[in-house]
Design a protein around this ligand. Sequence first.
Ligand SMILES: [Zn+2]
Length: 122
Amino acid sequence: MMDKIKIQKRKGFRYFSYKLDLFSVNYVNFIITDNYEPVKKRFDLEFEVDSTSVACSIYDTEQNFVGIILTEKANLDSLVHECVHIAVGIMDHANIPITEENDEVLAYLVEKLFNIGKQLFA
Ligand SMILES: [Zn+2]
C-alpha cells in the first residue's frame, strides 16, 4: 500500500513533506536538488551539506527538521541508504534500542520511508 504524495516544485528544488506522526517526528521531508542553498533558506536550516555527496539525511531537533536531500544523481540505492539513517535517527531520539530482538521497528520504518520516498522517482 502506498500513501499518495504530491511533489511540490520550488525554485531550485522539488520536494514533499510526508506526515509521519510517529514517535516525535511529525513530518519527513524528501527533497531533490543540486543546489542546497534554496533548500537551506526555505527550511531555515543551519546544517551544512557536503557538496560532494550524492545524498544526505538531516535529523535536526533544534530546527525541527527531519529530511532526506537527494541530488539529481541519486537513485533508489541512495534513497534506501538515507532511509536507514533517518530510521536510526528516529529510533535513537525515541530511545528505542536497535537490537536483533527489536529490529522489526527498524525494518518497518525503513520500509515505510522508502515506500514514500521512492515516489520522488516516479
Ligand atoms: Zn551514509
